[in-house]
Ligand binder design. Structure first.
Ligand SMILES: [Zn+2]
Length: 116
């Protein structure tokens, strides 16, 4: 089963703006405004917003276990976590692609199982 949101992280440059559930495409982490102020620069008014990433109530995680005994944690929504036949291979592939965007690379590993 293909993932609804293979590229599951929205970025603005290097800054993460939003994280989706790879499986269903629902938002699980979002940017929220934590501070807002008005600032005068010269004769212009600017509104400065400080934002932070906030996991939503739908946020959850699974742990993928590999044949070599290693493990990898990945975010997913609460609903999809209940799905028995998740495509772990595709999920891990999506993480490998995202890791490259973060400047590192996850190794190829043989998937064994997942945590509940
Ligand atoms: Zn989901």
């Amino acid at each position: 089963m293909p993932l609804k949101k293979f590229n599951y992280i929205d970025r603005d440059g290097l800054c993460i703006k939003r994280v989706y559930c790879k499986v269903c495409g629902g938002v699980i982490v979002d940017s929220v405004v934590i501070e807002e102020k008005q600032e005068k620069r010269g004769d212009k008014d600017f509104i400065i917003q400080k934002t932070a990433l906030k996991p939503l109530t739908s946020y959850d995680e699974i742990i993928i276990k590999f044949a070599d005994g290693s493990a990898h944690m990945t975010p997913i929504c609460k609903n999809c976590k209940q799905t028995e036949d998740l495509d772990l291979k595709e999920i891990y592939k999506a993480d490998m692609v995202e890791s490259l965007k973060e400047g590192y690379s996850l190794p190829f590993r043989e998937i064994k199982s997942r945590s509940k």
